[in-house]
Design a protein around this ligand. Structure first.
Ligand code: SAH
Ligand code: SF4
Ligand code: F3S
Length: 469
């Protein structure tokens, strides 16, 4: 932590103490959106802990409420507006409550303006570039007598040296870069997250070592496009040239019992070198999340994705050649402006050809300020929903087939949690496939060997045979 941040943490601590007559302040925080945002949320929680806060799951009990928001689709934003509106009643009952909004959604000026005008019970709004200044901003909110809006942009911000309060005890997010320079025409992320910047490799390696030494078993390296790690800015204090495959190889070399993952990998920058490092690694999962978005070359061009269907299929072929057991997952957008049913069928075809483990599928959502939002979009939402249904049913058949093929096999899994509904253990294979297992709850957080004993549609069931860590 920097000195001034530490000072502001102390200042907030004293102000809160006086404000609540010595009672420990309680924070309720909620993060929407991607793992990158979750990772920011863990750092915000780290700073809150440093400022003397405890945490609660009940907003009614909280002295401080924060929503860390996402702007990627309209639906994500609608949920936030709904939930912020509902806080008005809590604030009426507890006028001392401080309400804050941060994250991608509020980085948009139009959204910040709407909050200023229509949500007067929100006290503090800060953007994605000023997260390290959160203690100072909270201090200003508590003492300045007026609402604080801080959306300034600084494209050099890298959240180094922030305290972090991780959500999990054995799964960890490890950001390696921030921002995005790709400007896919439908996407708001580059507009709200700023330019691409990579963390110093030595800092990432040190954090990975700490996590492994602390017993973390599942580490995911994060970036909007991890494949362009270190391409834009020099990231080494040791004078070496870095790229993502090299970073992955170096982390993989750290000794310990853990699985190493990464996301997201943009197909335009996915190289044979990366696939080789994955195949040769000791800890790296044989799983790649490689979003193709759409199977039509015309639409891919309109999306500014900078690869073709053929190049994508070539990457899949290469990945399977090097790792026959590789699990592939992807993101798909259905109904990009101007997409025809025939073009959508090319997506369907690609899904049937590749046979992904699972898919994240989205109906196109126009985002203000992006080029795609200005394109004519003649296909109705109802029609797009029909295409989506077709896509989902194709994927369900593929997933069911894959599940059947795993029946009777033995898998090494990480036991992640107990399913509250039926007491079974929710486990994850190294290839990122969930299995619901009979077994002892004491195994949560450890690796285990399990046998797959049932495959109902796309849900795998099994029995834990023994602990394996
Ligand atoms: N950086 C990642 C994606 C991050 S956003 C990548 O390029 O792969 C996660 C996913 O949200 C995207 O892959 C895309 O499928 C979806 N998405 C982004 N903008 C969208 C929009 N305007 N409408 C619908 N889906 C969108
Ligand atoms: Fe958005 Fe494209 Fe950047 Fe991914 S690579 S965050 S889809 S602009
Ligand atoms: Fe959403 Fe921002 Fe992530 S828009 S998907 S939280 S980078």
């Amino acid at each position: 932590m920097t000195e001034s941040m530490e000072e502001y943490c102390q200042l907030v601590r004293s102000v809160m103490e006086a404000r609540l007559d010595g009672k420990t302040p309680l924070a309720f925080t909620h993060t929407y959106g991607c793992q990158g945002n979750v990772s920011d949320g863990e750092r915000i929680n780290g700073m809150l802990a440093q400022m003397g806060f405890d945490f609660t799951d009940d907003p009614e009990q909280a002295d401080f409420i924060l929503f860390n928001t996402c702007a990627v689709r309209e639906h994500a934003e609608d949920r936030v507006f709904g939930n912020v509106g509902a806080l008005k009643h809590i604030k009426n009952r507890n006028p001392k409550l401080i309400i804050a909004l941060c994250g991608c959604m509020v980085q948009q000026q139009t959204v910040a303006d709407k909050i200023r005008a229509s949500y007067p019970h929100v006290n503090l709004v800060f953007g994605t570039h000023v997260i390290p200044r959160f203690p100072e901003l909270l201090y200003r909110t508590l003492t300045g007598g007026k609402r604080v809006f801080e959306l300034s942009q600084d494209d050099n911000t890298i959240c180094e040296d922030l305290p972090v309060r991780r959500d999990g005890a054995f799964k960890a997010w490890l950001p390696i870069m921030y921002g995005c320079d790709n400007f896919c025409t439908y996407c708001i992320v580059p507009h709200v997250r700023g330019r691409e910047r990579s963390r110093d490799a030595s800092r990432i390696l040190a954090e990975a070592k700490e996590l492994i030494a602390a017993g973390y078993k599942d580490i995911t390296l994060l970036g909007q496009n991890v494949n362009s790690y270190a391409v834009k800015n020099s990231v080494s204090t040791d004078g070496e040239a870095w790229n993502f495959p090299k970073l992955l190889r170096e982390i993989d070399r750290i000794e310990g019992d853990y699985v190493l993952r990464f996301m997201t990998s943009h197909p335009k920058d996915c190289t044979e070198e990366l696939l080789t490092v994955m195949a040769e690694g000791t800890h790296t999962a044989h799983h790649i999340h490689l979003p193709f978005q759409c199977g039509s070359n015309r639409v891919l061009k309109a999306m500014n994705r900078k690869y073709t269907r053929e190049r994508y299929l070539e990457l899949v072929r290469m990945a399977r050649e090097k790792m026959p057991d590789i699990s592939l997952t992807s993101d798909i957008i259905v109904g990009f402006p101007g997409e025809t049913y025939e073009e959508f069928c090319e997506t369907l075809d690609l899904v049937r050809e590749v046979k992904f483990t699972s898919l994240f599928t989205f109906i196109y959502s126009p985002r203000e300020g992006t080029p795609a939002a200005k394109l004519p979009d003649p296909v109705s939402h109802a029609e797009k929903a029909r295409w989506m249904k077709e896509l989902l049913s194709a994927q369900e058949a593929i997933a069911a087939e894959r599940c059947q093929s795993m029946l009777g096999s033995r898998q090494r899994v990480l036991v992640e949690q107990v399913d509250e509904r039926d007491g079974r253990l929710i486990c994850r294979t190294r290839d990122n496939i969930n299995v619901w297992c009979e077994g002892d709850a004491g195994l949560v957080g450890s690796f285990a060997e399990c046998e797959i004993t049932s495959a109902r549609n796309w849900v795998l069931g099994g029995t834990v045979l023994m602990r394996n860590s």
